[in-house]
Design a protein around this ligand. Structure first.
Ligand SMILES: CC(C)[C@H](C(=O)O)[C@@H](O)C(=O)O
Ligand code: SF4
Length: 475
């Protein structure tokens, strides 16, 4: 009898080149994604050492973090750079030059496929089951939704992978996240992952690869599974994964970089062997009953500080652990919130709908379904930023852009935008935002800005009322 294995173990074992005792393994990397922020020093180091890129055909680049999302004044995609700050302009130009010199395919400003790296990889069919995927970006965990082993790396590791197509990596532990039951009306994948992180904490997944399983996960679309895996890193996990199934295969079929013809049939047969074996053992198991969830919202300055939308802000005095109490006190002071208060009805200045967590077509459709035929509140600035050019075109083909614009929202060009505020889209100090992104750290969306993380439905409901709103009241 073969030892039963988890999805993670199967992929890990296929990719280990050597795993000497007491030291990190050498792991072969199938797909390396790069963007303008974490790659420049890596290429400079290659140049200094006289090294080439080992497998340029397995390396793909896009520009996302610093890209202005204001439509080009002259209609040319390049014209967007007119709005870029100096640092972003240099990084984008540098990436263009590096890709030219090293023979790497770039989804640049003029590409119909440009977008956030974690949106672009899947929609091009680059992201596939069974692959090892890295990117100098923590939300690389998104790609695990396809049953790939995908994680973020640092800039020196980007250099290492560029030069060798391999990475030194300690074997992580495994954690099964069992999602029981089915979510109710208005409760989305974003609420499931915010609830999980609220339950296990931002350190709950440390050292582990999370495998999301259970009927609620199987029922999710690929885009929803990506939302789930995207935030694995916010629980401290190395990666997040969902075993591939027919939903995965249907999503991938016919995508530009997916296998075709006989190669597709061969790949499919292989991918079907990847899901964890029935008797496989995990280092840890966590269970979340999603049938009891409400839409979630964060009140603090890390993604674990989340609560059901009808809840009340917790009281630091009720926390016994001094470090945790201090962290909550500091967070509430920054957020300008008081313990025991509800968040429902709290005014906001900005609503941001976008990012690699919730900037895909499904997310925009959900937001539009609430906004359609309504107006956004006059006191709120609403930014809708599609995750990629493909998402933008698909949304426009369905008329979603018109729904947003007629309601008084801004319809932007693709990029990371106000998720990280590196491109000029930023909160003013003290402003409150409901954001569909993944991080609510101090200053994340602009210096002094205050972020409530929530789903696209909650964001849209809040945009309409101008105060934090339970989307179930508008559905
Ligand atoms: C800029 C980049 C390195 C960073 C990351 O690693 O995730 C960013 O994408 C983020 O979301 O904070
Ligand atoms: S959208 Fe936000 S989380 Fe995603 S890669 Fe860009 S900055 Fe990072």
């Amino acid at each position: 009898m073969m030892t039963p294995k988890t999805l993670f173990e199967k992929i890990w074992e296929r990719h280990v080149v050597v795993e000497p005792p007491q030291s990190p393994a050498v792991l072969y990397i199938d797909l390396h994604l790069i963007h303008e922020v974490t790659s420049p020093q890596a290429f400079s180091a290659l140049r200094e050492k006289g090294l080439r890129v080992r497998r340029p055909e397995r390396t793909f680049a896009t520009v996302d973090h610093g890209v202005p999302t204001i439509p080009s004044p002259d209609g040319r995609p390049e014209g967007r750079l007119a709005f870029a700050d100096e640092m972003s302009r240099r990084q984008i130009r540098q990436l263009e030059e590096n890709c030219r010199e090293f023979g790497i395919q770039l989804m640049g400003l003029d590409s119909p496929y440009q977008g956030i790296v974690h949106v672009v990889g899947p929609e091009l069919g680059l992201t596939q089951p069974g692959l090892t995927i890295v990117c100098g970006d923590s939300h690389t965990s998104t790609h695990g939704a396809f049953g790939a082993l995908a994680f973020g790396i640092g800039t020196s590791e980007v250099e290492h992978v560029l030069a060798t197509q391999c990475l030194l990596q300690r074997r992580p532990k495994t954690c099964l996240v069992n999602m029981e039951g089915y979510p109710g009306k208005g409760v989305t994948a974003k609420d499931m992952i915010l609830a999980l992180i609220a339950q296990i904490g931002t350190g709950g997944g440390t050292g582990h690869v999370l495998e999301y399983a259970g009927p609620a996960v199987r029922a999710l679309s690929m885009e929803e599974r990506m939302t789930l895996c995207n935030m694995s890193i916010e629980a401290g996990a190395r990666a997040g994964m969902v075993a591939p199934d027919d939903v995965t295969f249907e999503y991938l079929a016919g995508r530009p970089f997916a296998p075709q013809g006989a190669a597709w049939e061969k790949a499919l047969a292989d991918w079907r062997t990847l899901p964890s074996d029935e008797e496989a053992v995990y280092d840890k198991v966590v269970t979340l009953d999603v049938s009891r969830l409400e839409p979630m919202i964060t009140y603090g300055t890390n993604p674990g500080m989340g609560m059901p939308i009808t809840g009340r802000i917790p009281d630091p005095d009720a926390i016994t652990d001094p470090a945790q109490r201090a962290a909550l006190e500091k967070a509430l002071a920054y957020m300008g919130l008081r313990p025991g208060e509800p968040l429902l009805g709290h005014p906001v200045d900005v609503v941001f709908i976008g990012s690699c967590t919730n900037g895909r077509l499904t997310d925009l459709r959900q937001a539009a379904s609430l906004i359609k035929g309504r107006k956004v509140a006059p006191n709120v600035r609403v930014l809708v930023v599609p995750g990629s050019q493909q998402v933008k075109r698909a949304a426009e083909a369905e008329g979603l852009d018109r729904i947003f614009k007629e309601a008084g929202a801004e319809w932007r060009e693709p990029g990371c935008s106000m998720c990280i505020a590196m491109n000029g889209d930023a909160l003013a100090p003290g402003q409150y935002a409901v954001s569909t992104s993944n991080r609510n750290f101090e200053g994340r969306q602009g210096r002094g800005g205050r972020t409530f993380l929530a789903s696209p439905l909650t964001a849209a409901a809040t945009a309409i009322n101008g105060v934090i709103t339970d989307p179930r009241t508008l559905l």
